[in-house]
Design a protein around this ligand. Structure first.
Ligand code: IPM
Ligand code: MG
Length: 374
């Protein structure tokens, strides 16, 4: 456990597994920067999640850590999972259950996954620069419902001895409505265009999504342009012409798939932050968890090669969405932008004309840019 100066902003840091701890180390340096410059201070508590928690206590998230998460103003999360734990464990004990429990019990139903192409990285994308240059889209993924949590679920044995696997896509109108509203609110602050994505052509629940989105639009968001798209077409459109999108709202599973696709447009999964938000309470405060979209990358873990920028940008989202500090968030994002412009690249975004640097040096560079701006 480490403690920084006392503050009314309580942040629980859960670095997790694989590259989680090394990218979090760089992010904590950015947080300390704000503290040292007396810009804003946080009360930081560190805890275990995923395989790290499993090794220590036999479960991927202890009740104690869960309670700390519920009591904090924001959770900053690294990544979970790795080959050390995967196959040998029952489903309920897998490292991934740690993050799924946090999302569910904190009721973080709105997952914001921006895909922004930094100009310096437009050539690192697998798509041509003209297709991705200036791209700035936001996927709003429903995060606490759908097939990830639906019942019935499981694997059952049939009378003939063969097995049948079951998962269920289930959404209530209320679950759809709250995430759709969050997406409309975001669209209003951006280009006022929202695309609802589903498989209404084959799934009844998808038809319900359309219906609810249309109703919410007609009653409260007529100033936002609403369109609909099938999820398969959306996957195709994301790689064909991604700049047609502003805000996309979709279910848990489709959001999982489409956000990986959108992430790759930016040149690297290592660049993409996310925010997972609950409903605002009477005081306007909402539970929140911030995490890079990339996973634990066990193949490069501990090698000082991981890209810390998605985690650092997740902290910027925390400043923006949990602490209403848009200027400080801009400061972090600008420092990342200038670090990239100066030519430093971790191995995931390395280009022929740039040098390859370590996780630590990428952190140094962001810190240096922050110092210059302060
Ligand atoms: C994500 C991840 C998670 C998910 C895993 C780790 C459970 O892929 O955040 O996108 O499927 O939601
Ligand atoms: Mg995913």
């Amino acid at each position: 456990m480490t403690q920084t100066r006392a503050s009314n902003r309580k942040v629980l840091v859960l670095a997790g597994d694989g590259i989680g701890p090394e990218i979090m180390r760089q992010t904590l340096r950015v947080i300390e920067f704000f503290d040292q410059h007396r810009i804003v201070s946080f009360e930081i508590t560190e805890g275990l999640v995923g395989g790290a928690a499993l090794d220590e206590s036999g479960v991927p998230l202890t009740d104690q850590t869960m309670a700390e998460a519920l009591a904090s103003d924001a959770v900053l999360f690294g990544a979970v999972g790795g080959p050390k734990w995967d196959d040998t464990l029952p489903f309920e004990l897998r490292p991934e259950r740690g993050i799924l429990r946090l999302r569910k019990e904190m009721d973080l139903f709105a997952n914001l996954r921006p895909a922004v192409v930094f100009d310096a990285l437009a050539d690192a994308s697998s798509l041509k620069r003209e297709l991705v240059g200036g791209l700035d889209l936001m996927i709003v993924r429903e995060l606490t419902g759908g097939i990830y949590f639906g019942e019935p679920r499981g694997v059952e044995t049939l009378p003939d001895g063969s097995r049948r696997g079951i998962n269920t896509e289930v959404y209530t109108e209320a679950e759809i409505e709250r995430v759709v509203r969050a997406a409309f609110d975001l669209a209003r602050k951006r280009s006022r265009r929202l695309c609802e994505v589903d498989k209404a052509n084959v799934m009844e629940s998808g038809g319900l999504w359309r219906d609810v989105a249309q109703k919410v639009h007609d009653s409260d968001y007529r100033d936002v342009e609403l369109s609909f798209m099938y999820a398969d077409n959306c996957a195709m459109q994301l790689v064909r012409n991604p700049k047609q999108f502003d805000v996309v709202v979709t279910s848990n599973l489709f959001g999982d798939l489409l956000s990986d696709c959108a992430a790759m447009l930016t040149g690297s999964l290592g660049m993409l932050p996310s925010a997972s938000l609950g409903a605002p309470d009477a005081t306007g405060r909402r539970k929140a968890l911030y995490e890079p979209v990339h996973g634990s990358a066990p193949d490069i873990a501990g090698k000082d090669r991981a890209n810390p920028l998605a985690c650092i940008l997740s902290f910027a989202m925390m400043l923006r969405y949990s602490f209403d500090m848009p200027e400080e968030a801009d400061l972090v994002e600008d420092a990342v932008r200038r670090a990239l412009a100066s030519g430093v690249r971790t191995s995931d975004i390395v280009q022929p004309n740039t040098g390859r640097v370590s996780t630590q040096v990428m952190g140094d560079t962001v810190l240096r840019e922050l110092e210059k701006a302060a």
